[in-house]
Write a protein that binds this ligand. Structure first.
Ligand code: OAD
Length: 256
């Protein structure tokens, strides 16, 4: 990993002495599980697909079959993927520090499958469909979808209460984040003493405000990302390495 050994030791010491760690993750933490990020050149979802069509209520209203099919492909990709060493290191860290709050922008369930509990999903979940019309939660089909790369037209199931089309339980552009989850995440950010920011471009708000608020409240901010982001300027440490390499090394160094 690119972090100088001294920096690795410093980061490990900060974690070892932490009282309350907030781990804030984005798509990069799942990249090494084979789940595409959104903005990485060539491979990012928003580089290859039309965000307005696939991640907005207007896009869904215009073509529900296209949008539902695309999310079925994404649900399939996640169900076929496995948590990686970064997800596992975060789950392990929770048992080594007095308190850990895990806040994710990801709509996959890889943190949970690695053993993390109480994960705060700021942007919803691929596994919690609800009715587009009456908003009631709907049961999730237990099948493993078998969809081609990029999805295809799949008519959404109908709501058992009102007959409206089901939509994925993710937060689309222009929609509010779940209020209680957001409040909990900001409260944790403002009261933690260490914030570990992993694999996010830090460009989507309000989520991107979380590490900034932690920094303003006096927490040490440690960023793990192979690429530069806007957070670099305020982070106390920028570890330029893939999460599945850097995180296990840091946790191992801190608690061996
Ligand atoms: P992005 O695709 O914007 O950013 C992914 C980040 O992960 C980039 O900064 C990469 O450099 C970094 N990265 C790539 N591989 C990595 C690795 N192996 N280890 C660590 N970092 C790596 O994804 P997010 O920041 O998560 O919103 O995007 C934020 C939101 O924008 C998403 O939650 C989604 C999207 O539109 C909704 O769905 C509402």
């Amino acid at each position: 990993m690119n972090a100088r050994p001294q920096a690795l030791d410093d980061v490990a010491a900060i974690l070892r002495n932490a009282r309350h760690v907030v781990v804030f993750t984005g798509a990069g933490v799942s990249a090494e599980s084979g789940i595409p990020t959104f903005r990485d050149a060539l491979t990012g979802l928003w580089e290859r697909f039309d965000v307005a069509q696939l991640a907005s209520a207007e896009g869904f209203a215009a073509d529900p079959d296209l949008v539902w099919g695309w999310y079925e492909w994404r649900r399939m990709s996640v169900m076929r993927a496995q948590p990686n060493a970064a997800h596992r290191a975060i789950a392990a860290l929770a048992s080594k520090v007095p308190k850990l709050t895990l806040v994710t922008q990801n709509v996959d369930d890889l943190h949970e499958r690695a053993g993390s509990e109480g994960v705060l999903h700021l942007h919803g979940s691929l596994f919690a469909p609800r009715c587009f019309d009456c908003c009631r939660p709907a049961p999730l089909a237990s099948n493993l979808p078998d969809e081609p790369e990029g999805g295809r037209q799949v008519p959404p199931p109908r709501c058992e209460h009102c007959g409206g089309p089901l939509r994925p339980g993710v937060v689309w552009f222009g929609e509010m984040l779940p209020e209680d989850v957001l409040a909990h995440a900001f409260d944790a950010a403002r009261t933690c003493d260490v914030l570990l920011c992993v694999g996010t471009s830090s460009v989507v708000f309000p989520a991107a405000q979380i590490p900034v608020d932690a920094h303003r409240a006096g927490a040490k901010v440690i960023q793990i990302n192979p690429n530069a982001t806007d957070l670099d300027a305020i982070a106390d440490f920028n570890v330029r390495a893939p999460a599945a390499i850097a995180l296990p090394a840091i946790v191992e160094t801190a608690f061996r």
